[in-house]
Every structure is written in C-alpha cells, then in structure tokens.
Design a protein. Structure first.
Length: 280
C-alpha cells in the first residue's frame, strides 16, 4: 500500500499529514484481485492472476508458504488437500513437508499448477509498468503508484525467503496476520511496505502503527468508518477484505477504505462505479 509520499510518524508522534480517504481525494478505492479472480478461476494460479489483470484489478493479492527445500510457493492453505484436482497425481500433503519438485506433481483444476512467487513476479513484469494511481502533489514530486502485488505470508518462516525475492522491487508489499513475519520484513527489506492483516480494527490499527507498517487490512464485515479514520490519523492506509456482495462493497466504500479486495475484480469495479456515483 502506498504511503502517498508521506513520512510515517514515529510511534507516539503526532500525525500532521494523515492520508484522507480515497473518496475525499476524489478517487475511487483501488480494487485488489483476491487470490487473483478466485470466483472465476482456480485461486492463486497464474490463470487466476491473468484474469484479474485482464478484468482491471489495480493490484493482485496472493498467499505464500515455504516448501521443505526453501522455495516460496503460492497457495493459501498449508496443505494441497483442498485445492488439488481429483485427477492430480499428488493430492495430499503439507507444503512445509513437500519439496518444490514434489509440488510440481500437483495438478489444480483446469490443468493449472502451483506457481512459485518468482513466476508470479515474472507475470507482473510481462504486463509492463504500473500506472500512477494518484497525481503528483507538486511539480517536483512524482505521481504515486500503489503496489501491484500484495504478498500474504501465511507461515512466518517464509518471510525471509520472500524478502530475498522482493527487496529490490517497488511494486510489492508484504502483508500478514503474523506480526513476527512483518517484523522480519522490516528488518531484512526496510524499503518494502508491510501491511498487518486482521479481523477487527482497534487493536490492529495500534499494532500496525507500532510495527511501522504502511497499512492495515481489515475484514470488511467488521470494519467501521471509525476504524478507517483512526488508521488514517496514524498515517496508515486501509484495505478491506473480501467484498463479494453488494452490501460488503458498500460497507467498504462508506467506511472510506483506500482499497477493496474481491474474488471477482470485474464485478467489484462495476459495483464500485455504480455505488460511488450514487446510483442504487
């Protein structure tokens, strides 16, 4: 998540230039393709990520684990059991106990395979540079770009390996429910934005600030305008996840979120435009 050119305040310091909600800046909240376009294609596959980009997602979100031999694999669950296709040669096992070669034996629906984080980064590179999401604030300041990829570290031991892959990139942010994973990223890749993922707002917003995070991602079913205002007051951007109904999308818009994750980015974009324009 972009900090919009603002310097993050030290914990306890007064925030004098807190980011305002996207709507207050005359902007639409960014749409994040959650696990790609997971309602339409097999989740966390290159096919799903390509679909999300083709459907207009501003940003992609993926989940990662570490294989037994130290490779970063893109998958939500700790095991392959739920997502492996019924015809897959290998249909069960924990990622932490499988080597990359063994994981390559897994087949997902529609013939997809479990991608590596390197392959997903290469896909981003193939699609070209990102477009600015916000205009420059002054003639000497470049326009601001949001990350094109949010990498959710599902297992804290994957954080260091993720850092080795993204530390030189400007289009990636690392997100996680695990504060220790974000602390690792802050130490090993201090230039990489980190985002704390949480269900509820109060404690999460304070913890994200204490961690030196750039943002917080909150469950759309629990987020409130007060949560977003509190986060903005501390210089944090706010993502809400995962909006797959009109009520959820409306809740994210009314709360003032900076970005909204959805399993169907094309639908979310259409609904965002309709609701933001005041059409019921």
């Amino acid at each position: 998540m972009t900090t919009n050119g603002r310097r993050r305040p030290a914990p306890g310091a007064e925030q004098t230039d807190a980011p305002s909600p996207a709507s207050a800046r005359g902007l639409r909240p960014r749409v994040v393709g959650h696990r790609g376009a997971a309602l339409l294609e097999p989740e966390n596959t290159l096919r799903s990520f390509r679909r999300a980009l083709a459907d207009g997602a501003d940003t992609l979100e993926c989940d990662v684990h570490l294989t037994r031999d130290g490779h970063v694999a893109v998958m939500h669950d700790a095991t392959i059991d739920r997502t492996a296709d019924a015809s897959s040669p290998r249909r069960t096992g924990a990622l932490a106990e499988l080597t990359r070669a063994e994981l390559d034996e897994v087949r997902l629906p529609r013939g997809e395979v479990v991608p590596s984080l390197e392959e997903l980064l290469a896909l981003l590179d193939e699609t070209g540079p990102q477009s600015p999401t916000e205009p420059a604030q002054s003639p000497t300041e470049p326009p601001q770009c949001a990350p094109r990829l949010l990498v959710e570290v599902k297992a804290p031991d994957a954080a260091a390996a993720v850092c080795r892959l993204v530390t030189e990139r400007e289009d990636v942010a690392v997100i996680s429910f695990h504060p220790e994973a974000l602390a690792t990223v802050r130490e090993l890749a201090p230039g990489t934005p980190v985002v704390l993922v949480a269900d509820h707002g109060d404690a999460a917003v304070a913890l994200a600030h204490d961690l030196g995070a750039h943002g917080v991602a909150l469950d759309v079913d629990h987020v409130s305008a007060a949560d977003v205002a509190r986060a903005h007051g501390l210089g944090l951007e706010v993502n809400v996840w995962t909006a797959n109904t009109e009520d959820q999308l409306r809740r994210g818009l009314e709360a003032g979120a900076d970005s909204i994750s959805s399993d169907d980015p094309a639908w979310a974009i259409r609904q965002r435009e309709r609701l933001a324009s005041g059409n019921s």
